[in-house]
Every structure is written in structure tokens, then in C-alpha cells.
Ligand binder design. Structure first.
Ligand code: PXG
Length: 292
């Protein structure tokens, strides 16, 4: 069945959901996006996703022409148009149609579109067995050059790293900062567990402030764990009791090997299993309702 897409004020068939070749989202990656999940008829942390979208746009001097409440309604309407209860939502705002120069002032009207579809990032068995990772040679963009707290349409830094993972035959990889600290995965945040303590890198190193990462910190603290957001290097990853990744698409997934070093006992551990179960309860117990 073909999808119904929200595009600039209308819900249209996917065959009609087209943007101009002069759209600066396409010409320059000039725009912002969110990947959002719906579970059981409710949209998980929609307000947080919209806040991040509007903050990203603000930082890019991009004025989104609808209010945050109207944008929430756009997301809900797109889900309804596709009778979606569980799935993945992609919300995109580009600079809009302009000329062949960089100047954003030549783009009078941002383009807004929303896709609501089904996805499965990793096959279910990978959650059971856990992931083998490599460290990517491609370093995360230095935040002095571009702050990746802005969730922009320019993902080539991550895609270069992802290509390394594909070439190495692994599903994900670790990206380091320019000075060699662990930053994040290509599309996920990273955690190490040492006993009852969780470590995750601080956002200022050049990370996306993940919404799943924030939820994980809440769940871990409710479970009596200590969470430290601090800098660490690969040695800390190799020697951890457990390592796992968090993200909207992947949710929470165990890492069992990094660069050929088995992590802990080389299988998904108790901490990630507990947090995954708590996360499942959380996503099924809160969220913006799609239907009355
Ligand atoms: N870091 C980066 C670089 C991301 O792009 C996350 C962390 C996790 O953040 P959230 O808020 O989702 O917990 C992301 C978001 C994909 C894909 O297909 C992944 C993201 C976005 C778009 C596509 O893997 N991840």
C-alpha cells in the first residue's frame, strides 16, 4: 500500500510527494530533521523531538513557519492518514526553494514534510545476540567546525563512517572525537556499564543529544544506578562489563565485541536487558495519543 505523505500543508500520495531540485535541503543539506517512533498508538516523547527540531532550526537561522503545536498536529495527522499505531516517523524541514547560491535569504519558504512508515533497523536476532562493532577511522565532526547538536540534513560524516562498517561487515561503529575520545555511533549514542555505574560521553564533545539516551539515563537512575556523563577513550569501552547503544531506531541494543575484543562475557548482559525491558514499559505507558 502506498504511503500518505504530509507535504507543505497537504496530505498527498507518495507518488506525488516531490520536492524541487532547487530546494536547498537537496542542494546543500540545508535543513533539519527528526526520527520519531510511535508505539501502540502513541508518539514517544514528541515534545522533546519538536523542541530539538526547533532548536536545530533556530541555530541554523531557519524560521519554521508553523508553531510547535501545529507541527505536533502535522505529525499526528500523518500517522492517522496511514492508520499507523507502531512505526517510524520522519519529520523534515528544509530551507526551501532558492537559487543556485548558498544565501538562505533567497529561500522565502521552508519546505515541510512528514513520512510515517514501518521500519525495523536491526533484525530481532541481533537484539538477542548483540552487535559486533568496529572503531571507525572517520572522526566525528569537530564541534568548532559544526555543532552536531544541530540535527541537520547533512549526514555525510556519519555516512562515511557507516560505509566503513558496511565494508567491515558490521552493523554499527564507534566514532571518536578529533582528539580520540569516544563520541557516539553513526546513528546512536553509546553507554558503558561498570557494575552499577553507567558512563556516556557528554554532548559537548560533538554528539547528538539523544532522546533515547536521556530516557536511558532516567531509567537507569530510577533503577538505582549512577550515571556519569564524562570523557573516556576506547580502553574504557574494551574493559567495560557491558556496552550498549541507544537511539530512536535501534532503541537499546547490546554490544558484544569491539575491534575484536569481547565485551564482558561476550553476550548481552543484565544491565542492558533490564534497561531494555524498562524501556519497553516506558514507551508503552506514555506518549502523545494519535487517536482519541
Ligand atoms: N546520534 C546520532 C548521530 C543520531 O543521528 C542518535 C545519536 C540517537 O538519538 P535519538 O534521539 O534518536 O535517541 C541519532 C539519531 C538510522 C537513523 O537510520 C538514526 C538516527 C537518525 C536518523 C536515521 O540509523 N539517529
Amino acid at each position: 500500500m502506498s504511503l500518505r505523505i504530509y507535504l507543505d500543508g497537504q496530505i498527498v500520495d507518495e507518488s506525488e510527494a516531490k520536492v524541487s531540485v532547487f530546494d536547498h535541503g537537496l542542494l546543500y543539506g540545508d535543513g533539519v530533521f527528526e526520527g520519531i517512533r510511535a508505539y501502540n498508538g502513541r508518539i514517544f516523547r514528541l515534545d522533546e523531538h519538536l523542541q530539538r527540531l526547533y532548536n536545530s532550526a533556530k541555530s541554523l537561522w531557519l524560521q519554521i513557519p508553523v508553531t510547535m503545536d501545529e507541527m505536533a498536529q502535522i505529525v499526528v495527522e500523518t500517522c492517522r492518514a496511514n492508520e499507523l499505531r507502531d512505526g517510524y516517523i520522519r519529520l523534515v524541514v528544509t530551507r526551501g526553494v532558492g537559487d543556485l547560491g548558498l544565501d538562505p535569504r533567497k529561500c522565502p519558504k521552508p519546505t515541510i514534510f512528514c513520512i510515517a512508515a514501518n521500519i525495523e533497523l536491526y533484525p530481532e536476532e541481533l537484539y538477542e545476540t548483540g552487535l559486533r562493532l568496529i572503531t571507525c577511522a572517520t572522526r566525528r565532526i569537530n564541534p568548532d567546525a559544526f555543532n552536531v547538536e544541530i540535527k541537520s540534513l547533512n549526514y555525510l560524516n556519519n555516512i562515511m563512517a557507516k560505509i566503513e562498517c558496511v565494508q567491515a561487515g558490521v552493523p554499527e561503529g564507534i566514532m571518536l572525537s578529533a582528539d580520540g575520545y569516544v563520541a557516539e555511533g553513526t546513528g546512536d549514542n553509546i553507554f558503558c556499564a561498570y557494575g552499577d555505574t553507567l558512563l556516556t560521553p557528554p554532548v559537548y564533545i560533538g554528539n547528538l543529544a539523544g532522546i533515547t539516551c536521556a530516557a536511558t539515563i532516567e531509567l537507569a537512575e530510577s533503577a538505582g544506578m549512577t550515571v556519569k556523563q564524562e570523557l573516556f577513550r576506547l580502553h574504557t569501552v574494551y574493559c567495560a562489563d557491558e556496552v550498549f547503544l541507544t537511539g530512536t531506531a535501534a532503541e537499546m541494543v547490546a554490544v558484544i565485541e569491539v575491534d575484536g575484543r569481547p565485551i564482558g562475557e561476550g553476550k548481552p548482559g543484565a544491565v542492558v536487558k533490564r534497561l531494555r525491558a524498562d524501556f519497553q514499559s516506558l514507551v508503552n505507558s506514555e506518549g502523545t495519543p494519535i487517536y482519541d
